[in-house]
Design a protein around this ligand. Structure first.
Ligand code: MG
Length: 268
């Protein structure tokens, strides 16, 4: 009798191939998620994935306003006259950009390889030659300018290529213009985390306190600070959260009895 029961249990488990055999209770979120779209990654993590918008692939700066005033040669764009701005506007995004400080280095502090990557036109991730050269910490490479130094200094020497991989959550505004949610930024400098979901305090001008003014999608722009910083391999992905609808509240499902039990909310 016991042998028969044991055999039956084994058979049931084998047939169901259920991971919950012996664990009758399963947690279910109650969410119906949409299938995440397939994206083909690049050959390396520096190469653009299939859904990326190419902003500079070494050929020209046609994706940029004022691009004609920067020099493009041998797959590299060198800062010329004036900032350049993407013709397309962006909100939430993932940005990959590579840059190289002039070699041999010239000048010091904010005068040494200064440029900048501005998300939504107003919010600067500092580009600077911070390799063995000091400036104010919230103004060095990978700083959110005048707001937050990088957690570490991950610079490569002048002439070598640095990468920034930036995740940008755009600020959100209420209808009448006040701030609903600040921008959040995460930055990896040469693969090293330097900004971790930092709540941006507002725009980053040199001569004003950080502040927000209501806006929608805006261009990405690269700063001309008078130093011939070089750029290459720039791409961006527009991002949006996974989508789903709530079909019911979270609950436990008991596979032995078929019963569902709501999850009791813990008091205070
Ligand atoms: Mg700058």
């Amino acid at each position: 009798m016991i042998n028969k029961l044991a055999f039956t249990m084994v058979t049931v488990c084998a047939v169901l191939a259920a991971p919950y055999c012996g664990r009758a209770q399963e947690y279910l979120s109650g969410m119906k998620w949409q299938e995440p779209p397939v994206v083909t990654p690049g050959k390396t993590n520096a190469d653009p994935p299939s859904d990326a918008i190419i902003l500079f692939d070494g050929k020209d700066l046609l994706a940029w306003e004022n691009g004609e005033n920067w020099k493009v040669k041998d797959g590299v764009a060198t800062i010329g006259k004036g900032d350049i701005k993407t013709k397309q506007s962006f909100g939430d995004c993932q940005l990959h950009i590579e840059w190289s400080a002039p070699n041999p280095p010239k000048g010091h502090s904010q005068g040494r390889g200064n440029s900048g990557v501005f998300l939504q036109d107003h919010y600067e991730v500092q580009v600077l030659d911070s390799y063995n050269d000091k400036t104010y910490f919230d103004g060095q490479a990978s700083a959110i300018y005048k707001q937050r130094p990088p957690m570490v200094n991950a610079m490569r020497p002048p002439g070598e290529w640095n990468t920034y991989d930036i995740v940008w959550d755009a600020p959100q505004f209420k209808d009448h213009g006040s701030l609903k949610s600040p921008a959040y930024i995460t930055v990896l400098h040469n693969g090293v985390l330097t900004q971790n979901h930092f709540a941006v305090e507002g725009a980053t001008p040199f001569n004003e306190a950080p502040h927000y003014e209501k806006h929608g999608k805006l261009p990405i722009h690269l700063q001309d600070h008078g130093n011939p910083v070089r750029y290459r391999n720039i791409w961006v992905r527009e991002i949006k959260p996974a989508e789903g609808t709530r079909e019911r509240e979270p609950h436990f499902h008991d596979h032995a009895t078929g019963k569902d039990t709501p999850i009791k909310k813990s008091a205070g």
